[in-house]
Design a protein around this ligand. Sequence first.
Ligand code: C2E
Ligand code: MG
Ligand code: MG
Length: 698
Amino acid sequence: MPTVLIITGDANDAKILGDVLSNAGKKSFTVLWKETLAAGVKRLQAGGIDAVMADLSLPDSQGIETFEALSAVAPHTPIMTLFSAGEEVLTTESAHPGAQDYLSKAHFGSYLVPQSLRNMIQRRTIEEKFFIEKTRAGITLNSISDAVIGTDMEGNVDYLNIAAEIMTGWTRGDAHGHPISEVMQIMNGGTREPERNPIYLVLQQNEPMKLAAGTILIRRDGREAAIEDSAAPIHDWDGKIVGAVIVFHDITASQSMAIKMSHLAQHDFLTNLPNRMLLNDRIEQAIILAQRNSTHLALLFLDLDNFKHINDSLGHVIGDKLLQSVAQTLSACVRGSDTVSRQGGDEFVILVSASKHVEDAALTAMKVLAALTVPHLIARHELHVTTSIGISIYPEDGLDAETLIKNADTAMYHAKEKGRNNYQFFTNAMNVRAVERQVIEAHLRQAMVRQQFVLHYQPKIDLHTGAITGSEALLRWNHSNWGEMLPDRFIAIAEDCGLIVPIGQWVLREACEQTKRWEIAGLKPVSVAVNISVLELRRTDFVEGVRAVLQETGLSPGCLQLEITESVLMYDDESSTEILQRLKDLGVQLAVDDFGTGYSSLSYLIQFPIDVLKIDRSLVSNIGFANGTGIVVGAVIAMGASLNKRVVAEGVENQGQLDFLKALHCEEGQGFFFSRPLAAEQFTTLLTTGWRYADMEG
Ligand code: C2E
Ligand code: MG
Ligand code: MG
């Protein structure tokens, strides 16, 4: 039940009003009565009053002051003034903002009094609700990050929230009454043409709408921001449009984040090159284009030849930097329309799109090989990498990305087998080879158990005396169905799958045992050279393994020579020096195999404890041809002499080569001209009879 406070000095009036209000049935009030302003004010301050009925003429206050005093105490409580005839003017004057009613004494007893009092209270309640809602809306609008601008029917701004002030650079005061096109300047992000503010369309069509994608807001200071928004009409009670409101927010950050995310998803984090996913996309697109224009496209699959070694010996940080440097080199080798991507590890794929001629791919491959001859300068290291490249062509070698990549990969393996640092086109025969590789690997695992390995021995000859100075142990695999397999067909596979380690251990032990047997039999010489893969050398237990084999077989360390390839010496890293030094400390001899094909620098050669240089047979085989290789061989021999290293020429096949080498004072030779690699029994015979120098001269 609402409580009404009656303030009047007239007890009769109070009684009449009190009666009509408290006996109004369902519409009854709790009625309180005070005679003076002071008492009324006091009661009001105590609270709980829903409405006041006040006679403005009170014993302690007259007229408008009475009203003001009451409304000052309870500004939100509705006041109904009571007046007698002739007082009307005063009451009208006292009309105050807010709910205000008045009641003539003539009507005090009317049954309408409770009703009008209720109406007055209700109106005030609605006003209060409205006020709360308006405040809440104001706070909400100013706390959200979306900008909100309101306009009238002409599109002139009549409201801006704080976010809109910040985004446009206009304050509410400045913007008020200005056209929206001025306060919120927008343009098309693509064409950079000014765009009409959607508010105008909303006002015209009386329908909400979204802003075109890619809209740019130009702030008052000229700065730009990508925005996203919508605009809607505002209606009055009758549903008539009276203005519009536009809501928008800055999507610059989320847009650049989205761009960044999609870049990350499509690029390799290390080199920033397109990744597998993006490459596949580009290939599919290039295929569609090639179909339409009847052109070719080529895929170059690259695998760095000696990356693993660099990474293992110099560490991942340098390895990563090298990959980044290679990525740059590769990118510089291709046209803008081509794609260089990293597949992972040290594998890259280059998409040469829309080539008219198949030769374009070969040109790119040659360009890449040439570009990679320039060393990479990383953390004071001069790093040389080469690469093996396999090429597949659309449509000849595959009709989809997957097949093309697979076949380019297969061709790459072929390039590796062809001695690395070269490129090979895919041929169908290679697919057969790829399968063969897998078969070989499977059989290789059995070969040890089935004792299918044997060693052959090839003599090294003193070129001046013709004496056999030692042998090189060369691995042979006697497969029950395939016959004798030469190392070139299976060593690389054994290295790839890790089988090289147990195989190498067997070779070392077998070579040492056999050489010891010859020594015991009184046959000379008693020195054997064993080929060691880099992968074996890098194992922490390698030196210890060599020591154990020497001890167990009883072969004196001076009779064992380990042949390592040039790549071990290519980097001035501590682990190489340490391993080689520890081997030297054991007393074994160290030889650099295939010398002259890599890039080993002279300074490293001096620094490493090497005894022997074996000139690669590709250099020897060119002796006599007019391409200057003879000069290289001569230089290597001279260098060996001045560095105090023995020089052994490999692959000596004829008298001409022998004469040339002898003339240059090369000390030792090895090759078919002297003897092919022989099984142990045959080599025993050779040791017994000796190699006849007279025959050679004859
Ligand atoms: P390499 O160490 O350079 O061995 C010399 C290769 O040249 C041998 O081939 C030998 O048969 C061949 N050769 C010798 N004289 C001549 C000649 O006058 N003309 C021609 N054209 N070739 C000649 P092989 O036995 O096929 O071995 C090939 C390669 O396989 C070796 O090259 C070596 O790097 C590797 N290899 C052989 N046995 C082993 C082994 O037990 N362990 C490891 N890790 N690698 C091995
Ligand atoms: Mg060798
Ligand atoms: Mg060699």
